[in-house]
Ligand binder design. Structure first.
Ligand SMILES: [Zn+2]
Length: 88
């Protein structure tokens, strides 16, 4: 009877849902760990070739240029993708 009561009590507190954790951490400990979990907004720069916003240090997805040099054949890539989709 007492076990049943304890089980219901733990379930109500929420202990049963995370019983895998070996040792309890304080709220401060958890908070300190999670202080690094925030996501940062991506920074964008303007493409020198097509003047559209692009991710920094990444090939421009609009024209395929990187640092003034053509790296990606965007048109060819799109055509390939469409052909692959058609083949399915
Ligand atoms: Zn571009």
């Amino acid at each position: 009877m007492i076990e049943l009561f304890l089980f219901a009590f733990w379930a109500k507190i929420g202990i049963l849902s995370y019983m895998v954790i070996r040792m309890r951490h304080t709220r401060a400990h958890t908070g300190n760990r999670r202080s690094h979990h925030a996501l940062k907004a991506k920074t964008f720069s303007i493409c020198t070739n097509c003047t559209k916003p692009k991710e920094t240090h990444v090939v421009c997805k609009n024209c395929g240029f990187y640092r003034g040099r053509k790296v990606l054949d965007v048109v060819n890539k799109v055509e390939k993708k469409q052909a692959k989709k058609k083949a399915k």
